[in-house]
Write a new protein. Structure first.
Length: 449
């Protein structure tokens, strides 16, 4: 009998470890599937904004929403709630993914991060230069619109190609898109933040200190951090920095290590084995069953790192709720309202579209080729040049982050509509080209054989 006791201990620990792995696999699956939901929401927005009911579309997003207690009340539009409040949760999930990748993923060390880092930098420089080549003298502030890759949309297209695509391509595309997000966040923080009010900085610093204090006290409940998170959002808003960056900051501050080690699982397993033995002799006791279930849940909470558990809890809501809602609120470009009459308006559309369609692939491939040629980084065997070519083309799918940056860059409604239209057209074309290219380059091959 004594020889059997280690088995259940190891089994419980192994089971909890598998849950972490399954959570990471679920992330890729959700991103891939949510790409289709995102496309559907954008299509609904476009059809609605160009239908006889377009006035209802505009009226919906300008609907006033009031929040407050007593005299402390603020009123904003529903569009503000989606773009500036709900998108904070989107940025939180992005921050959690960046934190996890920095701890144990593709960004954990310089050697594994070298190629996606170089590719992402190239994919930022070239689109910005192409945009400025057309708009440097008229609308230079929009240079960052074509620099970011949409993770969900790009992985969704990759998922449509099926098992013919090697796993290494998915990992490299994910790493590149995550670094893209980091660079886009830095651009938002340093380029699109204006008229800083330093009083807000003290509020933001107090919120960060409060988060650190809660972590020091060992409080792992996510609910406890909602208040400090809201305070951080308000502080950044007062400061003049885009408040959605509060999500990134909280995500990067989330612990990447579990609260307890594997001995907790072994202790719980031993207790469960003892409970089962007594149940066989004396019959099952309701109280003991409840206590056992509670012990399992506590062990699971202690052994799964917060960066994984919080991301797992929020990711589905973001992928299937917040991102489609953002697309619905922002992709409704009235085609009749677009104007290409002036050189300025035409240059804006051409600069954004070519930045995504040509600049992203060109920058990713060129800088990757140069650094591989001089030996600074290597190309994974299961990716190859054809895989990198496919990744570079899919990098031209901007969508969510590109539209978000466009809303920050352009205050003029007509210019913003043109920028959004260019992003939508370029992203759709990049998706179609990437799908066709993937079918052509990987025809007949089966990944992970």
């Amino acid at each position: 009998m004594s020889s059997s006791s280690p088995r259940p201990s190891w089994g419980a620990a192994s089971h909890l470890t598998e849950r972490v792995v399954q959570t990471l696999e679920r992330f890729l699956h959700i991103e891939a599937v949510s790409g289709g939901v995102l496309i559907a929401a954008a299509a609904v927005a476009l059809l609605w904004a160009n239908s006889p009911w377009s006035h209802a579309y505009d009226a919906l997003w300008h609907l006033p929403v009031s929040v407050g207690v007593g005299a402390f009340t603020t009123t904003q539009t529903l569009h503000f709630v989606v773009n500036d409040c709900l998108m904070t949760i989107f940025f939180l999930v992005a921050g959690l993914e960046i934190r996890r990748e920095l701890h144990e993923g593709a960004l954990a060390d310089l050697r594994s991060a070298a190629l996606p880092l170089v590719a992402a930098i190239g994919g930022v420089i070239a689109p910005a230069l192409i945009y400025l080549a057309f708009n440097a003298s008229t609308e230079p502030q929009g240079w960052a619109v074509p620099i970011a890759t949409d993770i969900a949309f790009a992985l969704g297209v990759l998922a449509l190609l099926g098992r013919s695509i090697p796993g290494g391509i998915r990992v490299l595309l994910l790493a590149l898109a995550i670094i893209d997000d980091i660079l886009a966040v830095l651009v938002i923080a340093f380029v699109y933040s204006h008229d800083l009010q330093w009083s807000g900085a003290w509020i933001a610093l107090a919120a960060v200190a409060l988060v650190l204090l809660l972590q020091r006290l060992g409080i792992r409940s996510a609910v406890a951090y909602v208040g400090p998170g809201a305070l951080l959002w308000f502080g950044l808003w007062q400061l003049g920095v885009h408040p959605t960056l509060a999500g990134v900051i909280l995500g990067l501050m989330t612990p990447a290590l579990p609260l307890a080690d594997r001995s907790v699982a072994e202790t719980v397993s031993a207790s469960l084995a003892d409970t089962a033995k007594r149940a066989r002799v004396h019959g099952p006791a309701h109280r003991e069953i409840v206590d056992s279930v509670g012990s399992i849940q506590s062990a699971q909470l202690a052994l799964v790192p917060p960066v994984v558990s919080v991301q797992s809890a929020l990711h589905g809501w973001v992928a299937y709720g917040i991102m489609p809602l953002f697309a619905l609120a922002n992709a409704g470009v009235a085609i009749g309202g677009l104007s290409l009459a002036s050189t300025q308006e035409t240059a804006l559309v051409v600069g954004v579209a070519l930045g995504l369609l040509v600049g992203k692939p060109l920058g990713i491939l060129t800088l990757s080729w140069l650094t591989i040629r001089i030996g600074l980084c290597t190309l994974p065997n299961d990716v190859g040049w054809r895989g990198l070519f496919l990744i570079a083309v899919l990098g031209g799918i901007g969508f969510t982050m590109s539209i978000f940056i466009a809303a920050l860059a352009f205050t003029d409604a007509a210019l913003l509509a043109n920028a959004k239209f260019a992003v939508l057209i370029a992203s759709a074309l990049a998706a179609v080209i990437g799908l066709g290219l993937g079918k052509l380059l990987f025809r007949g091959s089966v990944a992970d054989r």
